[in-house]
Design a binder for this molecule. Structure first.
Ligand code: ADP
Ligand code: ADP
Length: 225
């Protein structure tokens, strides 16, 4: 895992301020959840960290290195989104191999790493299937495999279970924790679902209108509803 620091990060879109003076330190291997209602600024935090939206001011450090002005591909982050659809014309294995191909990995390395990622999400038998042949839960597990295949020190997840039904969500919550333990990565997780946040997190930051409203362990947050 890697540490993450937000130092007085502010983000405005025109005259709309999405995030005010946001400061937060995340520990190596920590599972940190950003919890808040729609429009509170959760995606803005992730987009600033990922480099999809440049911070208006402030600094962001990953593993002690300032990445504030670096493009997304230099930040070496794994990412999963709610509707991050797989490439429909590629098989499961080709989808998972994609980030490795982008990085110029060798054929041998790609084969090994794709196989390993398939095992971690228990989809070994599905390598040659096409995404449309899989259930929604299986497709999202392929998205997890694609996000972790290059062993990123940080994994970002934005409502990754939001499109799934309750039973499947609970099963995949457990699998995400398992994946994190196997990889030892730092996870920044975004959800509007308090129960999900309480079940999964080491620490929860509650956002409201672009500011931190409270922060603490699941016990701390649960005690102050
Ligand atoms: P959340 O993820 O909690 O729903 P967002 O970070 O998406 O919140 O949005 C926070 C605020 O910033 C909202 O008022 C939203 O409308 C605004 N916002 C987000 N992205 C943009 C954008 N690209 N352009 C303009 N306003 C945006
Ligand atoms: P979320 O629940 O993640 O906030 P939204 O449906 O609100 O999802 O937003 C989807 C995308 O549109 C996000 O990337 C967000 O940054 C962008 N967005 C949100 N609000 C606005 C806005 N007012 N103008 C332009 N883009 C926006």
């Amino acid at each position: 895992g890697a540490t993450i620091e937000f130092c007085n990060v502010r983000k405005a879109y025109g005259n709309v301020t999405a995030l005010y003076d946001f400061s937060l330190s995340i520990g190596e291997g920590e599972f940190l959840t950003i919890l808040g209602s729609s429009g509170s600024g959760k995606s803005t935090v992730l987009n600033a960290l990922a480099g999809f939206a440049a911070a208006s001011s402030g600094e962001i450090l990953i593993g002690g290195r300032a990445v504030t002005h670096e493009p997304p591909e230099k930040r070496n982050l794994g990412m999963v989104f709610q509707n991050y659809s797989l490439f429909p014309h590629m098989s499961v294995a080709q989808n998972i191999a994609f980030p490795l191909r982008m990085r110029g990995a060798s054929r041998q390395e790609i084969a090994e790493k794709v196989q390993h990622a398939l095992q971690i999400v228990r989809l070994d038998a599905y390598a040659e299937r096409m995404p449309k042949e899989l259930s929604g839960g299986q497709q999202q597990r392929v998205a997890f495999a694609r996000a972790i295949v290059f062993s990123p020190p940080v994994l970002l997840m934005d409502e990754p279970l939001g499109a799934l039904d309750l039973k499947l969500r609970e099963a995949l919550q457990y699998e995400i924790k398992e994946i994190q333990h196997k990889l030892g990565c730092t996870v920044v997780y975004v959800t509007h679902d308090q129960r999900e946040a309480l079940a999964m997190s080491d620490r929860i930051v509650v956002l409201r209108d672009g500011r931190i409203e409270q922060a603490g362990s699941p016990m701390d947050i649960y005690d102050r509803p």
